[in-house]
Design a protein around this ligand. Structure first.
Ligand code: SF4
Ligand code: MG
Length: 331
């Protein structure tokens, strides 16, 4: 059952002087209830913008976001109120997202108060204590302030706050990127445990494919505002089809010394182009080791190449000849 359906979503920002930043271009994917969908790509590829547009924090430019059967961008105020009980966000920088002048207790209780969840303060406080324990903290932490905690603990507070309304869906935007490597795994394990206990659905946004792979059931790879490949986590890892995914994976060392088949390291040439002035045709063509003449002229369609394995690349496009001829006026 699909809990989220993102259909041909685009989000452009007007940069002034006639310039447009095409942050998200015609992106489609869905998320099944109870799974983790990983959204991966370099910074600036549009993955955070997608998260924020799904949350309704940005208006869309075109396309649709359907959450639990309702269109997120046409909610009235009452519906919005309900929507924000079901969907919550965990941010990359837990410190910036926690009010430094509020105690942990106040921070976690705030969404409960806004939504009028509990009639008595005692009930509410009990729930705060419970949440602290669920994220591996305890009631002694309740009266302290964010600066008294380590980065990993602050992210636990952020997680407790996100869970305060008992949401169905959590968007985690690089939740561990700002943390020390030693605590990253702990926070990932906590998220996994909470997912099992509560049947949560996650949209897990990250730039590190190795990290996402441990956590996600399915993965979408983004490049310069476009989704370039999407399939289940194992399929992506075992048989990446898009040259960009192949390059990303080739950079991940294989930890097991018994596996002899090292991937050949693919080094991408050139700089990441600006999304204000993206390349014509395939957005990846300026850095693609496989680029062909047609890649300059024709944008590849995002399509199902193998079962449940979607790719936007001319290397796999059987209809390429006709489209290319048409576009190039060769017919
Ligand atoms: Fe490379 Fe062309 Fe495929 Fe783009 S369409 S990824 S440039 S081969
Ligand atoms: Mg980001």
């Amino acid at each position: 059952e699909r809990i989220l359906d993102v259909k041909k979503l685009s989000k452009y920002f007007d940069m002034g002087k006639g310039k447009t930043l095409k942050a998200v271009n015609d992106v489609s994917f869905f998320v099944n209830r109870g799974e983790t969908f990983g959204l991966v790509g370099e910074s600036g590829c549009g993955k955070s913008t997608i998260g924020r547009t799904i949350m309704g924090l940005y208006n869309k430019t075109s396309g649709d976001v359907i959450f639990d059967g309702i269109n997120v961008h046409s909610l009235n105020e009452t519906e919005k109120f309900d929507f924000y009980r079901k969907i919550q966000m965990i941010f990359q920088d837990p410190y910036a997202s926690l009010n430094p002048r509020s105690t942990v207790k106040e921070i976690i209780a705030e969404p409960m108060e806004i939504h009028g969840l509990y009639k008595s303060k005692t009930e509410q406080l009990d729930r705060v204590y419970e949440l602290l324990e669920e994220v591996g903290l305890n009631r002694d932490h309740a009266n302290r302030y964010p600066h008294e905690f380590s980065g990993g603990q602050r992210q636990r507070i952020g997680i407790a706050r996100a869970l305060a309304l008992d949401p169905d869906f959590v968007i985690a935007d690089e939740p561990i990127s700002a943390l020390d490597v030693s605590v990253q795994a702990q926070v990932v394990n906590l998220l996994k445990e909470l997912q099992l206990e509560k049947g949560l659905t996650f949209l897990f946004i990250a730039h590190d494919l190795a990290m996402v792979r441990q956590f996600a059931d399915r993965i979408g790879v983004m490049y310069l505002g476009n989704m370039v490949e999407l399939t289940d986590s194992d399929g992506l890892y075992d048989k990446p089809l898009h040259p960009y995914t192949q390059a990303l994976l080739s950079a991940i060392p294989i930890p097991d010394p018994d596996i002899e088949e090292e991937r050949e390291r693919i080094i991408l040439e050139g700089e990441l182009p600006s999304p204000v002035d993206p390349p014509s045709g395939c957005v990846f063509r300026t850095r693609c080791p496989m680029a062909m003449a047609v890649c300059r002229e024709v944008k590849p369609t995002f399509q199902e190449i193998e079962q449940k394995h979607y790719v936007a690349c001319h290397l796999y496009d059987e209809t390429l000849d006709e489209i290319a001829k048409e576009k190039l006026n060769i017919v």
